[in-house]
Design a protein around this ligand. Structure first.
Ligand code: DLL
Length: 435
């Protein structure tokens, strides 16, 4: 059986991969400098010209990009192609302030689909498979990304989107789904529901799962593999770099191969911003080598990670990243959705509350619980229980509009949320997200 989607490139020698990267980076920097004023200004400010970048060894001369730049340049400031050449946008969750909008030409979609197709084939997928996609469809990249990859492999694709779990299981059984793609927490929930419905893994035909978009542990992998009777593979990516498929796990299940012919990865010290050698723990930075419409150079992901180039038993030569080990910013991933505490603060202030709040997160039955405790003002505190309940509901609905997910709101008495003498501790995360 062919284990590769594009064997020649996936098993190319490190020298061959380098040569591809070197050729692409020269072209990409010229493209960005010519077409993206925002980045040209950053390069000019640093005194770097496109001619200074002759190979990927020179990447360290280029300025970094961060989420703050994306916000400043919103919506079109980092666009590398005329809008008339773009065919799609995707976006991260969150409304005002924190939104990231990524643009794609047809060429970009084709490359993205290839990256995801490699992931599906690495998980054992072929055109004989039935691929059930239970990532969200819409602006989120999960549904569309896996859908495109599944088509490229030639799988029969079920674009289910997330939710309606009993229907997911009914389709899975009726249509003989063999590969499930969703967040790991949703996979675990599907496993539990299967059991509650009195079914076992023998009642379904799944053989593999491709799970990502949020942190998950080896323990969770074992649980999911057992409850669904499958082999569970990790997949990584972010909206800014296209979406899922920047890196994917192979049969060895010991880290994710980065699609290095499309993305150049660096690890930096998040404090000094100095590049670190392979094997060091630091922040992952990506340069997209051939994306046209949203060609980010040296984008700081804020994911803490380790890269290594050990020989892999699967035969692939692409560098491997470990599971992300945390973040170098305060972003939380709750039920697969990216949430910044500052978004919560914005809603509270807009709705006339004090910014005295606490977020509590836990994982119960493989689903994230999300509680926000907010102090009432002394005037609000006089309200009846019924009035308070109505206010909690209104606040939850405003949060849902901002964040895309529903927290449980708790309005509490004035001065009951502990004050901190130093940096406020706003988040209590009881989930065990990392090994
Ligand atoms: O989560 C893209 C994606 C969709 C990846 C489906 C995999 C599968 P964003 O919503 O922009 O994009 O969130 C990106 O999610 O910086 C990581 O912090 C986190 N993340 C993504 N994949 C993984 C993973 C999509 N496999 C942010 N393990 C990233 C841990 C992950 N964290």
């Amino acid at each position: 059986m062919n284990n590769y989607y594009q064997k020649e490139i996936e098993t190319a020698s490190p020298e061959e991969i380098r040569a591809i990267q070197n050729a692409k980076i020269v072209h990409q920097v010229a493209h960005v400098y010519a077409n993206v004023k925002y980045y040209r200004d950053l390069m000019d400010a640093k005194g770097v010209k496109p001619e200074d970048i002759k190979s990927v060894d020179d990447i360290c001369k280029l300025p970094f990009l961060s989420k703050a730049d994306l916000r400043e340049a919103y919506p079109y400031g980092l666009l590398g192609m005329p809008l008339s050449e773009c065919v799609r946008i995707h976006s991260t969750s969150g409304t005002t302030g924190k939104r990231v909008v990524a643009f794609y030409t047809q060429h970009d979609i084709d490359l993205w689909d290839d990256c995801v197709a490699r992931a599906i084939v690495a998980a054992g997928g072929t055109k004989e498979d039935v691929c059930q996609i239970a990532y969200g469809f819409g602006l989120f990249t999960g549904g569309a990304g896996l859908n495109g990859g599944s088509h490229k492999v030639g799988c029969l694709t079920l674009p289910m989107s997330s939710g309606n779990t009993e229907r997911q299981i009914a389709f899975m059984r009726d249509l003989g789904a063999t590969i499930l793609c969703c967040t790991p927490s949703y996979a675990a929930y599907i496993g539990e529901t299967l059991k509650e419905m009195g079914l076992t893994p023998d009642d379904i035909q799944l053989k593999a799962g491709i799970f990502g978009a949020e942190p998950w542990t080896e323990e969770m992998r074992r649980d999911i593999e057992k409850s669904l009777g499958i082999k569970a593979y990790d997949i990584y990516g972010l909206t800014e770099t296209s979406g899922p498929g920047v890196a994917f796990e192979c049969s060895e299940q010991t880290g994710m191969h980065i699609n290095e012919d499309h993305f150049y990865a660096e690890i930096i010290d998040p404090n000094t911003l100095e590049p670190l050698p392979y094997g060091s723990k630091g922040e992952l930075v990506f340069t997209s080598l051939d994306k046209e419409a949203f060609p980010l150079l040296r984008y700081r992901t804020r994911d803490i990670c380790i890269l290594n180039r050990c020989k892999c038993g699967c035969g692939r030569t692409f560098v491997k990243m470990c599971k992300p080990m945390g973040r170098s910013d305060d972003m939380l991933i709750i039920r697969g959705v990216n949430v910044f505490p500052s978004q919560i603060e914005t809603v509270l202030l807009e709705q006339g509350y004090t910014p005295n709040y606490r977020i509590e997160l836990d994982r119960v039955n493989n689903t994230d619980t999300f509680d926000i405790y907010v102090e009432m003002s002394p005037e609000q505190f006089g309200d009846t229980i019924k009035e308070v309940a109505t206010k909690e509901k209104e606040l939850a609905s405003a949060m849902k509009t901002m964040l895309g997910i529903n927290p449980k709101m708790h309005l509490v008495a004035p001065k009951t949320i502990e004050r901190s003498e130093g940096k406020a501790v706003r988040v209590i995360d009881k989930r065990k997200l990392h090994d």
